[in-house]
Design a protein around this ligand. Sequence first.
Ligand code: ADP
Ligand code: MG
Length: 463
Amino acid sequence: MEKNNTSSQNLYVSEEEKILNWEDVQGAFKKTFGSEVYSSWLQKITLIKEYNDFLILGVPTRFFRDWIVSRYLDKILEQLRGFKLSINRIEFKIIEENKQNQELLKINEISKVTEIKDSILNYNRLNPNLNFSNFIQGKSNDIALSYSKKVCEHVSRYNPLYICGGVGLGKTHLLNAIGLELQSENNVMFISAERFMYHFIKSIKKNDMVNFKDFFRKSSIFIIDDIQFISGKESLQEEFFHTFNSLIDKGSQIIISADRAPTKLDRVQERIKSRLGGGLVVDIDSPDIELKIKIIKKKIDEIQNQFKENINLNEDVISYIASESKTNIRELIGVLNRVIAFSRVHNKVLTVIDCKNILKDVFNQIRVITVDKIQNVVSNYFNIALSDMLSQRRSRPLARPRQIAMYLSKKMTTRSLPEIGRRFANRDHTTVIHAVKTISRLSEQDDEMKKNINQIKSLLQEQ
Ligand code: ADP
Ligand code: MG
């Protein structure tokens, strides 16, 4: 049952990561595009699925899609990024009008089921788009890639396989590719350490540890992403240690990713570190320019095939994007999508100067704004101590700034809701969701709030 469940669900984004309220988005479309354009075109777009960094939108016809893409895509993307900064791509799905309702019904049903069941299975999803064939090899990831493939050929020879490297360098992609490769013949479990903890705590609360243990221990391939998350969490480490040992004992293959080497993990028990490093440790480095260029070209190919359109970016522009995007591959792809969206809308062959202009904001935004910075700016702005703003006190003069800071963290950084919650003195992600909703609503209704938010935003941009 575990195996089959992964087939059609191609996302690895937890339910609570979802943040877009489509009605709000439609409201923004109406304002931006005017009611005429809105009612003829944008109103008919539906939200089919929300992923961390892209959306699938439903449109009634192919013609409709082409019209929207050629005229409004860049603006639509811009609006959507106003709601959720991490979105960098939109895909359209053509759904005939009468089917559209059915499709929506189906989706609602699925999400209802997910909410009710909220079972571990629903999160054990592999993304079919992150596979070996679209993982580009370069000097920085060569070794990690080749051992990931070897693990698929000789299960349990390198056990555990531990892949480490900085953010956005392809760890999750590789883990996912291994899972896809092995899932037809094995019982694959793919989970982030954060999710593992979520289920662990839930099982403790429900007094259901037996099921929890059984569930994880019966997998023959256990893939756990971002293990650094167990840092400082003693009871979680304990549970993980037992799961780990019992899996190894019965010959299951374990594959782990982390942002650093086992020896460098903070606040993790020594015996666990030594277990983690006891198989094979491989790392992924930052990409060199060659790899970045290869990735850009591959992405262009993919998009051309998918949308059946010609994307005309010359070598200079490609090199410019590759050399400017310095941090990681995730950012590189985001930047590329933005350039492509722009060239589509303006239907022209872009020059390096055009790109510079398009990307000015992106490079600034992505690099500079962090949750820490937002917290500092917001607490200064309201003249309260940062420690008070993060404290558990609930008086409005503290609670509102806190909510504003959470809201801005969601809008202006690519951090997930649980990550933001943690940075606000370990609050739950639902608190963050509540803050985002409250402030979104207030900033529509209340002029004072709107003004505050705008001023804080511009303070943040200036920094
Ligand atoms: P990490 O888990 O290390 O933070 P991800 O695996 O999420 O990074 O990678 C970030 C993005 O970059 C994903 O969209 C992934 O598909 C893409 N990516 C990373 N490395 C490569 C590569 N070598 N070839 C193609 N795409 C890549
Ligand atoms: Mg990852």
